[in-house]
Design a protein around this ligand. Structure first.
Ligand code: AMP
Ligand code: MG
Length: 413
């Protein structure tokens, strides 16, 4: 049996980051930047007011108080979007100014409206204000030409905002891999259709398509096919030209009708191996088609397919996106014991939650059904516990590594 790390290494050796494409900012969230980007402008672009108030000379307010307010004529009004060209604050004058408006020549400070009577022809100011108050200086955040994006950085909403503020309408980033998802099995019927004896609903294509999207890929094809070698061969050939990666489920183990194995075992590029893990032992992997696109033949049991995706397919998608393939792990304390097969990495499904007593650590409750067909227990789980190959039993209170499957909001990672 091939150790999990070795199989993962074989997978990662055959995948690489996709070539960068230019994306409008509205389509770039979550992608990885592929080129450095520098600001087109200073940020702020010009000295401007941080407050609604009055642009004045600080010297004119010395001694101002509630009982002895200063009255200054308001000689102009300037709002955000206005130009202050041609405006000037002379000695003993004020210009009414709004947040974001350019500071007019001659003014050296801003008095916020709260310290005034808000007058529009003459303003009464009842406090002193130090020089330079409430003025946002040109370039104090960033200078034109400064780097706003480095290759490899993830385009978070906040980074995208910086790119926009820096004057760029698009970014060069790695595209989402287009993934073809195919369930195989003569017994499969699409959900919503009537079932005949011996048939089951196809859940794997829904599972894998959703996992692809959650991993940052794009499901470009989703389908199901019976155990007919010619049909499967034709479908794989067709898919091979329009996608960056193919994931199938079923037909890779030791049965008589293991169609994926039948179709690809002599292709020379896809290998069918036994990986030292439970669930998910039979795995097919290689590259297919003229373009040599990565192909994953995952086992058909739904839990095996889900776990295999997490261990091998998600890392491949992440590499294609330009991301680090390694999952982030947490350590959790078991609330009950579990057994594990010798010589295999067990990926146990569990509910991991923040320890209610300590608040700063995790506890893990394995789900009751650990068989690879327990779809309801899989749905209940929010984590995979990684029980190392050499460990055969863990007890309550033991610590174990876990991959958390959903982000705290339960939305996309
Ligand atoms: P296989 O790997 O094709 O031998 O399938 C193993 C088990 O998983 C069998 O019990 C199948 O009926 C089941 N199975 C295979 N494909 C699917 C699917 N797409 N949805 C749900 N169960 C499946
Ligand atoms: Mg099958």
């Amino acid at each position: 049996m091939r150790p999990v790390v070795e199989h993962l290494a074989a997978v990662l050796a055959r995948v690489s980051a996709l070539s960068p494409v230019s994306f409008p900012l509205g389509e770039a969230r979550g992608l990885v930047a592929a080129a450095e980007l520098r600001s087109r402008v200073d940020l702020p672009g010009f000295d401007n007011s941080a407050m609604d108030g009055y642009a004045v000379r600080a010297a004119d307010l010395v001694g101002a108080s509630e009982s002895a307010p200063r009255r200054l004529p308001v000689v102009a009004h300037v709002a955000a979007g206005d130009s202050a060209a041609g405006l000037a604050v002379g000695a003993g004058q004020a210009i009414q100014i709004m947040t974001g408006a350019p500071v007019p020549a001659g003014a050296d400070t801003i008095v916020k409206v709260e310290l005034t009577d808000g007058g529009s022809d003459v303003v009464s100011i009842h406090d002193e204000v130090a020089i330079d108050t409430s003025i946002r200086r040109q370039g104090e955040d960033l200078a034109a030409g400064d780097v706003v994006l480095q290759p490899g950085q993830i385009l978070t909403p906040r980074r995208l905002a910086l790119v926009a503020a820096a004057g760029h309408a698009s970014v060069l980033a790695r595209p989402r891999p287009r993934v073809g998802v195919l369930s195989t099995g003569a017994e499969l019927v699409a959900p919503g259709q009537p079932l005949a004896e011996g048939q089951i609903y196809d859940s794997n294509s829904t599972l894998l398509a959703a996992l692809v999207e959650a991993a940052g890929g794009r499901t470009a094809y989703q389908g199901s096919v019976g155990d007919h070698p010619e049909e499967v061969r034709a479908l794989l050939e067709r898919l091979g030209t329009g996608v960056d990666l193919i994931v199938t489920s079923g037909g890779v183990s030791m049965g008589v009708h293991d169609v994926i194995k039948d179709v690809l075992k002599d292709s020379g590029t896809v290998r069918f191996v036994q990986v030292a893990m439970q669930p998910g032992k039979p795995q097919g992997f290689g590259v297919i088609g003229e373009a040599g696109i990565p192909f994953f033949g995952l086992p058909g049991n739904p839990v095996s397919a889900a776990v295999s995706f997490e261990l091998f397919v998600r890392p491949a998608i992440r590499v294609m996106l330009g991301l680090d393939p390694r999952p982030s792990l947490v350590t959790a304390t078991l609330t009950r014991g579990l057994r594990s097969p010798a010589g295999k990495l067990q990926v146990a499904r569990a509910v991991v939650s923040v320890d209610p007593e300590r608040g700063d650590s995790y506890v893990a409750q394995p789900v009751s059904g650990q068989g690879s067909h327990f779809v309801a227990d899989l749905a209940e789980a929010n984590a995979y516990l990684l029980v190392p190959a050499e460990v055969t039993a863990l007890s309550t209170g033991d610590r174990v590594s876990a991959i958390l499957l959903d982000d705290p909001e339960g939305s996309q990672p």
